[in-house]
Design a protein around this ligand. Structure first.
Ligand SMILES: *Cc1c(COP(=O)(O)O)cnc(C)c1O
Length: 228
């Protein structure tokens, strides 16, 4: 508990310093705590230390935690940040607040159809893959606008922005370039008239670089909870 509160403070300090360095307001970057592989009790500790936004990668693991933390459901915002298969869209539409990993129209259509009427629209990001690796999820940059426009038209989804997971590089210039490519896609979508406010990029190792490239949401696991 003390450690998580401590780590949260350290990460918040890093975000604040990164914002100051690039002349951005400290509240222009949201911290998403990535709790994958850690138990519900750890999420509860982070909650008590003031954290409210949590990201999960694996649907079943997340559903178990959401159920265990039902007493906090109104106060926690749950984000799915991992790959989503068609057969899992219904439970995701029913239990999550955000899905950041939308990379196919079919998935978005199912989420929209299956989002319960009593809940607010599901908040979504398009996941963009700028590194071009076949194995990775995400739409190619050249296809991002068409997908974003189609997703934005779906009634039960609210398109908020772009998420990416650029391949890490030990070379800061290479890292900055990869992050800048994501920002370019985000700006293209905005220039095309989509009212997007979320650029989700940056993790434990590269959050400063991501903030310098315009990130508005960093997704941090290891620096908060330790090694998985
Ligand atoms: C695991 C994960 C993170 C967090 O990574 P850390 O290096 O532990 O901070 C962020 N985003 C996604 C999509 C992840 O899968």
């Amino acid at each position: 508990m003390a450690t998580i509160a401590n780590n949260l403070q350290l990460v918040r300090n890093r975000i604040q310093a990164a914002c100051a360095q690039t002349g951005r307001p400290a509240d222009s970057v949201t911290l998403l705590a990535v709790s994958k592989t850690f138990p519900a009790v750890t999420v509860r500790d982070a909650f008590h230390a003031g954290q409210r936004w949590f990201g999960e990668n694996y649907v079943q693991e997340a559903l178990d935690k959401i159920a265990e933390l039902a007493d906090l459901r109104e106060q926690i915002t749950w984000h799915l940040i991992g790959p989503l298969q068609s057969n899992k869209t219904r439970v995701v539409a029913e239990h999550f607040d955000w899905v950041q990993s939308v990379d196919r129209l079919k998935i978005a259509q199912r989420l929209s159809e299956q989002r319960p009427a009593h809940l607010p629209p599901l908040q979504v990001c398009i996941q963009v893959n700028t590194s071009g690796e076949e194995s990775k999820s995400g739409v190619a940059p050249g296809e991002a606008l068409a997908l974003a426009q189609a997703v934005a038209a779906l009634p039960r989804l609210q398109l908020r922005g772009v998420m990416a997971l650029p391949a890490p590089s030990p070379d800061p210039a290479v890292q900055a370039e990869a992050l800048a490519q994501v920002r370019v896609v985000f700006e293209q979508l905005r220039t095309a008239g989509l009212p997007l406010d979320v650029l989700s990029m940056g993790m434990s190792a590269d959050l400063e670089a991501a903030v310098a490239q315009g990130s508005t949401m960093v997704r941090v696991g290891t620096a908060l909870f330790g090694q998985r």
